[in-house]
Design a protein around this ligand. Structure first.
Ligand code: GDP
Ligand code: GDP
Length: 436
């Protein structure tokens, strides 16, 4: 289960530079889909075999040049609530400022692991200047130059040493669904209509991370876990309508799930915040069901209207458009069980394994009829197709004489064929050309 590390600190101390340094190493190995603005603030990091997610909470502060105390309070409280480890970044160029003192005070009272990071120590003479930060009452600072990388290895060692021990692989093979979406979309309402009055079906599983709880739903022939979100647990201290707060919550829920149920408010359509959450789902390669909620409030519900809604949503979320869309009312419980059925189907699709012989029987004639376009006078021959075992999402390898000549448009053609012939609805697919 991934752990979450949050970066906090006042503006301009180098938080986003540090974030980039920590996330880039992995990006070089695993090519991530090109993303959204969120990419700057949320990413994965791997160090000595431990993986964690990292969030630059400062990236969410608008107008960060003239930050208000209140703004930074929120940032820090969110980090305290959601993260396993907090990196508190200060700047040797400026020394201790009032805002640093203020943040330190909050962090000293928190029962969370905090690492004090003195940044901009670009050379060793500056490290003596870093000593003054001891005065913040958070121990000796780790010195860092986010720009040159000096000190980053020691810092990563420390981060990893503070992460909770790696959990045993989940032995329970039940599907895990997360309900995500922006505030007021109806997440709590739909979760409560599933489990609400039936608290006895609610069981917390031991052995999950401190901050994530699963609720088992075992009724009417269904058996799955709902990843707990803000809805079921205590409402947070901080204002629910802050975007970065809901994104932080979403990150946890998404990472801990197999399939995400993205709640959209029918009366508002898809907004940028929905797209941000959608891109988190994509980035984490989770299954997807889109739920257009508050359908009871929509006046005109002809099949034409439904089609129009569907098309609009698929266009907004393009190029990925092969996912179920369910029109629901959490209030009247209209079609809420359809949502579960769709999520279970997506879960099955995500586990789908196609045998090599079936793949080749299907693909080789297609490829023969529509071969990849020749490049620089060279013919590309795909000889063999196979699905990799034990991957998080279905992953297909196309063995070819000149794999580097197989371009994205052709891979999209192959993906569409896969989706036409097998049910992969709601599931991201990976296709790789590879040397025979
Ligand atoms: P944030 O507002 O805390 O996210 O800070 P940024 O990462 O945007 O950095 C603010 C400025 O400090 C930028 O001009 C960075 O290039 C610079 N900076 C960040 N880290 C270092 C460092 O290690 N050394 C030096 N000299 N400058 C740095
Ligand atoms: P969350 O912030 O996503 O958890 O949203 P809530 O579940 O708290 O719902 C926000 C508001 O929308 C509440 O006032 C709900 O009663 C209302 N609401 C949620 N689902 C529906 C629905 O399907 N129809 C209508 N009319 N109202 C809904």
């Amino acid at each position: 289960m991934p752990n979450l590390v949050a970066i906090v600190g006042r503006p301009n101390v180098g938080k986003s530079t540090l974030f980039n340094r920590f996330t880039q190493s992995r990006r070089a190995i695993i090519s991530e889909e090109s993303g959204t603005t969120r990419d700057r603030q949320y990413g994965h990091c791997e160090w000595n075999g431990r993986e964690f997610s990292i969030v630059d909470t400062g990236g969410w502060v608008v107008n960060s040049e003239d930050i208000f105390e209140e703004e930074i309070n929120r940032q820090v409280y969110i980090a305290i609530e959601e993260a396993d480890v907090i990196l508190f970044v200060v700047d040797v160029e400026n020394g201790i400022t009032d805002l640093d003192e203020h943040v330190a005070k909050i962090l000293r009272q928190a029962k969370k692991d905090v690492i004090l990071v003195a940044n901009k120590v670009d050379n060793f003479t500056l490290q003596y200047q870093a000593a003054e930060f001891y005065g913040l009452g958070l121990g000796d600072p780790y010195i860092l130059s986010a720009v040159t990388g000096l000190g980053s290895g020691e810092l990563l060692d420390k981060v990893v040493s503070l992460l909770p021990p790696a959990e045993e692989e989940n032995t329970e093979n039940l599907p895990r669904f997360a309900v995500v979406g922006r505030p007021n979309a109806g997440k709590s309402s739909i979760i409560n209509s599933f489990i609400g009055e039936n608290r006895h079906i609610v069981t917390d599983i031991a052995g999950t991370t401190r901050d994530s709880i699963y609720v088992r739903y075992n009724k009417f022939g269904y058996d799955f876990y709902l990843v707990d979100t803000a809805g079921i647990r205590k409402k947070a201290k901080v204002n629910e309508d802050i975007e970065y707060y809901s994104v932080m919550r979403a990150i946890r829920a998404i990472e801990n799930s197999d399939v995400c149920i993205l709640m959209v408010d029918a009366t508002r359509g898809i907004e940028s915040q929905d797209l941000n959450i959608f891109s988190l789902v994509q980035k984490n390669k989770k299954g997807l069901v889109v739920c257009v909620n508050k359908w009871d409030l929509v006046e005109s519900k002809t099949s034409k209207d439904i089609k129009r809604y569907e098309t609009a949503i698929r266009e907004r979320l393009a190029p990925f458009n092969d996912f179920p869309i369910i029109f629901t009312s959490a209030l009247t419980k209209q079609r809420i069980y359809k949502v579960i059925e769709a999520a279970l189907m997506v879960y099955e699709n995500k586990k789908r394994r196609v045998s090599t012989s079936q793949l080749n029987e299907f693909f080789l004639p297609i490829i023969e009829n529509y071969p990849p376009p020749a490049l620089k006078g060279k013919y590309v021959k795909i000889k063999y197709v196979s699905q990799l075992p034990n991957t998080q999402v279905p992953t297909f390898v196309f063995f070819a004489n000149l794999p580097q000549y197989i371009k994205p448009p052709y891979l999209r053609f192959l993906e569409n064929k896969l989706r036409e012939n097998w049910n992969f609805t709601g599931v991201p697919l990976l296709l790789f050309p590879r040397q025979k």
